[in-house]
Design a protein around this ligand. Structure first.
Ligand SMILES: Nc1nc2c(c(=O)[nH]1)N[C@H]1C(S)=C(S)[C@@H](COP(=O)(O)O)O[C@H]1N2
Ligand SMILES: [Mo]
Length: 170
């Protein structure tokens, strides 16, 4: 091979690398933007609050293991990062003493209901935003986030509400 050919090959490789680096930068930017905009609506006591990602991460972040078991996969352990759901309810100042349940809704309309007793158990129901140290992808990107409810003590995962957008305490 002539020096010229080698030069051209190297040049092409450098250009390809550059394009990939640029694409990747766009993706990372996108992702951060998406998370910053990922708010959750919390309803109760005749009021409505919008909670931002930057506030959620300040509410007692923990990393924990939970077993995902769906109808078409075998049980598998994952490490999740999130906050106990009760912390979010306390943060918005809705009293739970006179309430009976917490209703969680996903962007696809999927709805799950928890009793107040279940929610008060601090090591059961979490609002997660990372799986195995990576942010949960949105539904459009094939993920289960940006937020997902994880119920450690549920044997099956039907109540692990994906794409959480709204909570209602009543
Ligand atoms: N928003 C939303 N959450 C959901 C569902 C859904 O369809 N929509 N399916 C549930 C069921 S039946 C299971 S088993 C778990 C895991 O679903 P996966 O198979 O998509 O991982 O998510 C649960 N949470
Ligand atoms: Mo399921």
């Amino acid at each position: 091979m002539s020096n010229k050919t080698i030069g051209i090959i190297i040049l092409i490789l450098v250009i390809i690398l550059g394009v990939f680096a640029l694409m990747n930068r766009e993706l990372v930017k996108d992702k951060r933007g998406a998370l910053e905009m990922a708010e959750i609506i919390v309803k109760g006591d005749e009021m409505e609050s919008m909670i931002k990602f930057e506030d959620i991460v300040e509410l007692g972040e923990v990393e924990f293991l939970a077993t995902l078991d769906t109808s078409d996969t075998d049980p598998q352990d994952y490490s999740y990062t999130g906050i106990p759901l009760i912390n979010l309810i306390e943060e918005v100042g809705i009293s739970i003493a006179d309430k009976r349940q917490v209703i969680v809704r996903g962007i696809d309309g999927y709805t799950v209901v928890f009793s107040i007793d279940e929610v008060m158990d601090e090591d059961n129901i979490y609002l997660a935003y990372k799986i195995n140290d990576r942010y949960l992808d949105s539904r459009e990107r094939g993920g289960s986030g940006p937020y997902q409810i994880i119920v450690k003590k549920d044997q099956f995962s039907q109540r692990w509400c994906k794409f959480v957008v709204e909570l209602e305490i009543r």
